[in-house]
Design a protein around this ligand. Structure first.
Ligand code: S3P
Ligand code: PEP
Length: 405
């Protein structure tokens, strides 16, 4: 499905409720499978959460998790530690190109029975679950924090708990902290200090109801919309000032674009007044890789120079996001330089109209480019990719006066 987009309203006022965080939801579903006394409120309606939920219900045979990185990594650890289970976990073509060796190596050192069906280091995986007894493991932490979270999530179910020693520079740290905080909220004890994580064993936990906060990465598109328009007041419900999600750093980052965040009880209001904004944006996004595309496109729309670093994980996400950003921004007449971990967008004076944006099976390519329709009419190819994290995205855009056809 290709959608054409346009929005000429420069004064946006609206109220939305975005679905629950897929990161929080997927952690809670794994914990609930291990500790059934956990109740979850406001579970995400994203594909990534649905595939994980279905996989846990199925529990055997061939399990296809499509594009969902967290589902692939968390389920690998979960099934490997579940005695008697016999599964093949596979996913989309792209998933078979996303590395998983560091996690599999660590689990194998803990005694897990995991084999690669095709290429060593990549899904599909053949897993025969068994009791894991080793209580300390080393893990390289500079490729994906999801490997770390996967081990943490099963840690408390092991007889002696689990110590994880992180090697190398730690990437996406807020996601590791999110895992720990959610486990602590569920009553599991654990610590994360310097390069050492320790999760205490827990045979059972007291009943707990845990509410998922709405998704901050999804909120980024509304920050971008507010930044690009003249004036805006957009209320997003089910957000907290003290969030477990690292992408809540958006509230600080978008001040540079003149967007202020008012924290109300259980919601945020994004307020944009005309005028105020920086002339150049420089950010290190090692801790928040998922908002890189949003920020780059906001800068493109506003003709700002943008230097982003700490982007070394972008190449192994749903697509090579650095190359995809360069390809698509250049269609609008931008000049973009990329390296392995860095993107430099030069100020762009005028934007080409009616560009067809390719999305490369990446939900964030579709959603990050949509706000640009406030400057020039454009179209988004394969627009239904958004369902990976935010199935109602196009419906919600219409509430902000976007013409979506
Ligand atoms: O743990 C999580 O929920 C996630 C961790 C991040 O991945 P990396 O740690 O691979 O950067 C992030 O990009 C992804 O969208 C969700
Ligand atoms: C990278 C992402 O997801 P995952 O790694 O879980 O597929 C994302 O949602 O931007």
């Amino acid at each position: 499905m290709t959608l054409s987009l346009q929005n000429s309203n420069k004064n946006l006022i609206s109220e939305l409720q975005i679905t629950g965080s897929k990161s929080e939801s997927n952690r809670l579903l794994i914990l609930q499978a291990l500790y059934p006394d956990i109740q979850i409120e406001n579970l995400s309606n994203s594909d990534d959460t649905t595939v994980l939920k279905n996989a846990l219900e199925k529990g055997s045979g061939v399990i296809d998790i499509h594009h969902a990185g967290t589902a692939m990594r968390f389920l690998t650890a979960y099934f490997a530690s579940k005695e008697g289970c016999d599964v093949e976990i596979t996913g989309s073509k792209r998933m078979t190109e996303r590395p998983i060796r560091l996690l599999v190596d660590a689990l194998q050192r803990m005694g897990a029975n995991i084999e690669y069906k095709n290429e060593v280091g990549y899904p599909p995986l053949l897993i025969k679950g068994k009791k894991l007894h080793v209580d300390s493991v080393k893990l390289h932490a500079n490729v994906s924090s999801q490997y770390v979270s996967a081990l943490m999530l099963i840690g408390a179910s092991l007889p002696k708990g689990l110590e994880i020693i992180l090697e190398g520079q730690i990437t996406s740290t807020p996601y590791i902290l999110m895992t720990l905080e959610i486990m602590q909220h569920a009553g599991i004890k654990g610590t994360f200090k310097d390069d050492r994580i320790y999760i205490e064993p827990a045979k059972s936990i007291a009943p707990a109801t845990i509410a998922v906060e709405s998704d901050w990465s999804s909120a980024s598109y509304f920050y971008s919309i507010a930044a690009i328009t003249d004036t805006a007041e957009i209320k997003l419900s089910n957000y907290r000032k003290t969030s477990r999600q690292g992408d809540s750093c958006l509230a600080e980052i978008y001040k540079h674009f003149g967007v202020e965040t008012e924290f109300q009880e259980n919601s945020i209001v994004l307020k944009k007044q005309e005028g105020t904004r920086s002339s150049r944006i420089c950010e290190d996004l090692r801790n928040s890789p998922d908002i890189a595309q949003t920020i780059a496109v906001t800068c493109l729309a506003l003709g700002l120079e943008c230097k982003l670093e700490g982007l070394h994980t972008l190449k192994i996400k749903e697509t090579d996001r650095l190359q995809a950003l360069k390809n698509e921004m250049e269609k609008f007449s931008a000049k973009v330089e990329i390296t392995n971990d860095h993107l430099h967008l030069l100020p762009c004076k005028s934007l080409n109209e009616n560009v067809e944006v390719e999305t490369y099976n990446d939900h964030r390519m579709a959603m990050a480019f949509a706000p640009l329709a406030q400057k020039v009419p454009l179209s988004i190819k394969d627009a239904d990719v958004v369902s990976k994290s935010y199935p109602d995205f196009w419906k919600d855009l219409k509430k902000l006066d976007f013409l979506v056809r």
